[in-house]
Design a protein around this ligand. Structure first.
Ligand code: UT7
Length: 327
């Protein structure tokens, strides 16, 4: 039995932060950001809005679009590195906001690869035969952990949420294959150093700005370019597909140059590559489901299409998946 995506949804907060706004905040330029990353604008939450709020908006749309009652949901998996609180989980908050009475759930920390880790996990629950309706939501409120005086990071990230409903396929569609990996040797290159059990929050960790994202961009870039290209071409090869078979490549949106290099390596033409980094920046666990929902909503992906996704992120973590779209 295959697990397949039967509904998609996204939520982007209203507030827009443009490159021109950032020019007034740090020593940067629209030209540098556009040419080095592909980003023009990103969205930010409003005062008091957090990850569970965005994820709940996504969950409500998923229920509506799939004509599903809240009490039919078996499991909620939330991929995030910016939970509202360390505990209770964001999944518990989403369950409560939905008032879904027959489910359980948990948060999953896989950074930018979080959504693909969660999709693989959710698919296994469906394939077990025990669970019929699993919600997978990728959400991140990156603005809550970004230092808006650090030009190395503040231009890159945005807030947002996206998700899918996973169900057993009726026509043998769905997730065909996945390659997932992790290597903690890359840990210090992209990290939120403070506030955990290693460096509990204190006046000192705050003073040292350890509650903000630190990234050694060059190192991550080098690994991401090779990593994403390797797993994307490997998963195509081992399933006897070529880039020509891919209707849409939905990559994690961290840098347009990384996406272009991966697409080139797999011989996927530009018109079959989803790019929305210009509008939303890097929303971490949310980029891929936001992309899926855009592509379904505008008719780019239809039933029967082959979809390739790939991601690379903190950990390091990485993943690629091949999906035959349809119920
Ligand atoms: O999603 C999780 C995974 N993350 C990624 O995949 C991100 C991977 N890394 C990247 O996308 C890129 O490395 C960045 C976009 C972060 C940086 O681009 P780069 O081409 O690697 O730039 P760089 O770090 O080599 O910096 C080049 C120069 C430096 O100045 P010097 O040392 O040459 O004088 C930086 O200080 O650009 C400077 N710089 C900036 N200049 C204007 C760094 N950030 C900015 C900025 N505006 N915002």
């Amino acid at each position: 039995m295959k697990a397949t995506i039967t509904a998609t949804a996204k939520y982007l907060p209203k507030r827009v932060l443009s490159n021109f706004d950032l020019e007034k905040m740090v020593d940067t330029s629209d030209e540098w950001i556009r040419t080095r990353t592909g980003i023009k604008t990103r969205r930010l939450v409003s005062e008091g809005q957090a990850s569970a709020d965005m994820a709940t908006e996504v969950a409500k749309i998923l229920l509506e679009r799939s004509n599903t009652d809240k009490n039919e949901i078996d499991l909620i998996i939330i991929a995030t590195v910016t939970p509202d609180t360390m505990f209770p989980s964001t999944a518990a908050r989403v369950q409560h906001k939905l008032d879904a009475q027959n489910c359980w759930g948990f948060d999953l920390s896989g950074a930018c690869t979080g959504f693909l880790y969660a999709l693989e996990t959710g698919a296994k629950f469906i394939e077990s035969g025990k669970y019929k309706k699993v919600m997978i939501i990728g959400v991140d409120t990156m603005s809550s952990i970004i230092d808006y005086t650090d030009r190395n990071t503040c231009v890159l990230f945005g807030d947002g949420a996206g998700g899918v409903l996973l169900e057993p396929s009726k026509n043998n569609n769905g997730i065909i294959d996945s390659i997932l990996g992790i290597d903690g040797a890359g840990g210090d290159s992209l990290i939120l150093p403070g506030g955990g059990s290693l460096h509990p929050a204190s006046a000192d960790t705050i003073k040292k700005k350890m509650h903000y994202v630190y990234q050694d961009g060059k190192t991550v870039f080098k690994f991401a370019v090779k990593g994403m290209a390797d797993i994307s071409s490997d998963i195509l090869k081992r399933n006897n597909f070529t880039g020509d078979d891919v209707k849409l490549f939905i990559p994690h949106q961290a840098n347009k140059r990384i996406i272009d290099a991966t697409a080139k390596r797999c011989n996927i033409p530009d018109e079959h590559v989803l790019i929305n980094i210009d509008k939303y920046g890097n929303t971490t666990a949310a980029t891929i489901p936001i992309g899926m929902d855009e592509a379904v909503s505008d008719g780019t992906i239809k039933d029967g299409d082959l979809v390739l996704t790939a991601s690379f992120g903190a950990g390091f973590t990485w993943g690629s998946m091949l999906i035959r779209w349809g119920k």
